[in-house]
Write a protein that binds this ligand. Structure first.
Ligand code: SF4
Ligand code: SF4
Length: 467
């Protein structure tokens, strides 16, 4: 079979993994040539011999190689991700407005890509009709801004991408953009999100829908650049002032990083509330197979005016009073009334938007609870302990707020004990204890400061406390 490959030589870092993988020896580093990053890059010789086997594309850690063969583009034939059905958002083909053609429109929605979690977010944002991204670089999430600037969506969909002068500036740009009814987002990592708390508090009381991504690293303070989950409380309880909540989604795969962008915007606009995607450095940095969402155009100004009659964008101003979005009320009773409206909305979110995934809980005598990247490690723990005859299951909250309280309470009555695995000193465990209300023993396992645990460490803790 005849094939052909395309190498993104600007992205290549010259590791030669593809050259080693090619069964026909068709790849090697270009002699005395480097790309703009200063790396020697790989070249293909004897192009006519290429079979399009994809071996080179599969091993490339940076997703530099696209393979073409009879029948069209093919990067790597792999099974679909195991994203729970409920999270596979159905994208409708909306009518095109005045939008320019989408850069990735020609690609099949089922095409599998290999990329980092951070990169998947950037691609998904463009495909989900995002109007603007405002952010400030910080490890381990800088690839989101970096990828967006490489993709240049302002030349295609018209999406604005702006590096703000600080995280405080970025969150206030979101405040303005979201206030005009636009789909706007930012991303940062733990200390950067800490700086944004004031803006988040303002956006909750003014009911401005925005998407905030936190790719967590170890803390407190500047901490480390390694992965952590120590912002659970900051996200679910809130670090700003007032009685507010943000909806918190916790992805555990690159696929969910991509899927939760559109889900996040949908929820944000449905409830007129900020949504946070609470990821971590493991998922942001790891490369995995991902099916990107089908591109849909940005909403037209007319669509925004119809969907967001509250927005301060001047639409229909001649026929209505000006819209005012403010967090300041001088009369306490009016402030109380607005707070009570918010509480009603939160009760609805708690009723309708709880999401979680269960794994082998039906016959479980013990339970592991974990979210995000440590839930992947915990799945391994379930496998190892089950092979020793211990009936254990995994419950992975996908929404951290609203927390799956009812399901935890139900399982609390079923099992002899729950181990809560987190990369922090014990934060989600408070919600677990509250949910089970003393019906079973609950213990914590945690590593701090950016340390990612091995399955055996969780198993040792489990055996020490329960067996
Ligand atoms: S597709 Fe297969 S044959 Fe072609 S360059 Fe890559 S590894 Fe070699
Ligand atoms: S595996 Fe990827 S990064 Fe490494 S040399 Fe090949 S193309 Fe470049």
């Amino acid at each position: 079979m005849q094939g052909a490959i395309e190498i993104n030589q600007e992205r290549c870092k010259g590791c030669r993994l593809c050259a080693v993988a090619c069964p026909l020896g068709l790849l090697d580093l270009a002699k005395r040539k480097v790309n703009r990053k200063g790396y020697p890059y790989v070249e293909q010789h004897d192009k006519e011999k290429c079979t399009g086997c994809t071996a080179c594309a599969i091993v490339c850690p940076d997703g530099c190689i696209s393979v073409y063969r009879e029948g069209g583009l093919r990067r790597a034939k792999v099974p679909q991700q195991t994203t729970p059905e409920v999270f596979q958002t159905a994208y409708t083909e909306s009518e095109k407005g005045n939008q320019l053609p989408h850069p990735e429109e020609a690609q099949s929605s089922q095409e599998v890509h290999l990329m980092k979690g951070n990169e998947a977010i950037a691609h998904a944002a463009i495909r989900c009709g995002c109007d603007g991204y405002f952010g400030y670089p910080i490890t381990p999430q800088s690839e989101i801004l970096e990828t967006l600037t490489q993709l240049k969506p302002w030349e295609t969909t018209g999406m604005v991408v702006l590096q703000a002068e600080s995280e405080v500036a970025a969150i206030n740009m979101l405040y303005g953009g979201g206030g005009s009814g636009k789909r706007v987002m930012t991303s940062s990592s733990s200390p950067g999100i800490a700086l944004m708390q004031e803006g988040i508090s303002y956006m909750t009381i003014t009911e401005i829908p925005t998407l905030i991504i936190n790719v967590q690293r170890g803390g407190p303070g500047l901490g480390t650049i390694q992965p952590s989950q120590s912002d659970y409380r900051q996200a679910t309880v809130g670090g700003g002032n007032g009685d507010y909540r943000v909806i918190v989604l916790a992805p555990w795969s690159v696929q969910e990083m991509a899927d939760f962008v559109d889900l996040g915007f949908e929820l944000a606009f449905k409830y007129r509330n900020p949504v946070m995607m609470l990821s971590d450095g493991v998922i942001g940095q790891m490369m995995e197979k991902v099916i990107l969402p089908t591109p849909k155009p940005r909403r037209t100004e007319e669509q925004i005016a119809k969907e967001c009659p509250w927005a301060t964008n001047g639409h229909g101003l001649k026929g209505r009073k000006p819209n005012i979005l403010t967090s300041l009320e001088m009369i306490p009773l009016e402030m109380e009334r607005r707070n009570l409206e918010m509480q009603k909305k939160y009760a609805q979110v708690e009723r309708d938007e709880v999401r979680y995934e269960s794994y082998q809980t039906e016959d479980a005598e013990y339970l592991i609870m974990a979210f995000g990247s440590i839930a992947r490690i915990s799945m391994e723990v379930v496998g190892i302990l089950r092979s020793k005859g211990i009936r254990i299951g995994l419950l992975r909250p996908i929404t951290l707020w609203p927390f799956p309280e009812k399901e935890v309470a139900r399982l609390g009555k079923q099992v002899k004990g729950i181990i809560v695995a987190e990369m922090n000193a014990g934060q989600m465990i408070d919600d677990v204890r509250k949910a089970v209300c003393g019906s079973t023993k609950v213990i914590h396992f945690g590593r701090l400061g950016g340390v990612v645990p091995e399955p055996n460490e969780i198993i040792s803790q489990f055996e020490q406390d329960f067996l």
